[in-house]
Write a protein of this length. Structure first.
Length: 263
């Protein structure tokens, strides 16, 4: 008898919780969306998109959000619409019990801004996604310019897809630049030291440093890691002793050689 009573008690508790939860859930669904909160990750570093941009986008939708019951708002569709923007990597949207619509946005992380030979400008993020430059949206990052020719049509491309076994070809210089930019951004020293990559008409790279009044003639993309390694040693054992403004040009074009031109 005692066992039967215990089972009956648990069944009653279960039914009570189920009914109560259904009531709370239904009440929550009927709650009116009263406010929109937007939080953008890394907004101090990059200004590709702002909280105001997102709230304006929500307000301009054909199906209104503010003032509508929560149950009528398709959160998954909103997430997809915001994530479709080229500068957004991921979006998460959720409601709180007081009717606030919370939007969490993770921006893309640009590693380089490219200005090609046609004067077209765009960013590339660390995943190879191409981000158009619009208005006054900016990112303080590495710059590449000069005789850059893409192997794709920029207006129809949103992802950089570089052939694995590409031969030396000026059309694929953008792939070399992207690979070099990833290398520079992954190293704290080079990220703080190199501010510009320039591709000249000979297909050779020149680097502009932040510290030191010299130009780095880098040469071809071939053995680029070894060239950076040699340059780091030269900075540490050479320029630290004679001064960072001693030379006009530091030439890395030739294997295992560093040729310097004094001022």
């Amino acid at each position: 008898m005692k066992k039967i009573m215990n089972i009956s008690t648990w069944i009653a508790i279960f039914l009570y919780l189920t009914i109560s939860l259904s009531f709370v859930t239904e009440k929550h669904k009927n709650t009116i969306c009263s406010h929109i909160n937007v939080h953008i990750q890394d907004s101090l570093q990059d200004k590709f998109i702002t909280e105001e941009d997102i709230t304006d986008f929500i307000h301009d939708l054909e199906q209104k959000v503010l003032g509508q019951p929560i149950k009528k708002i398709n959160i998954r569709r909103l997430e997809q619409m915001i994530s479709d923007k080229s500068v957004v990597r991921q979006t998460e949207i959720y409601f709180t019990g007081d009717g606030n619509l919370n939007i969490e946005i993770d921006q893309r992380n640009p590693i380089i801004r490219v200005v090609n030979r046609k004067g077209q400008s765009y960013y590339i993020d660390n995943n190879g996604v191409i981000i158009p430059v619009r208005g006054n949206k900016f990112s303080h990052t590495l710059i590449a310019n000069g005789e850059i020719i893409e192997f794709f049509e920029l207006a129809k491309t949103d992802l950089l897809k570089c052939p694995e076994n590409r031969k030396s070809n000026k059309n694929y210089s953008i792939c070399d630049i992207y690979e070099m930019a990833k290398f520079i951004n992954q190293d704290p020293f080079w990220k703080s030291q190199i501010e510009q990559i320039y591709l000249n008409k000979k297909g050779e790279y020149e680097l502009v440093p932040r510290v030191g009044a010299h130009l780095i003639k880098f040469g071809s993309f071939h053995n680029y890691r070894e060239k950076f390694r040699n340059l780091r040693v030269f900075y540490k054992k050479g320029l630290n002793n004679v001064g960072w403004n001693q030379y006009l040009v530091i030439n890395l074009k030739y294997d295992n050689q560093i040729i310097c031109e004094k001022r």
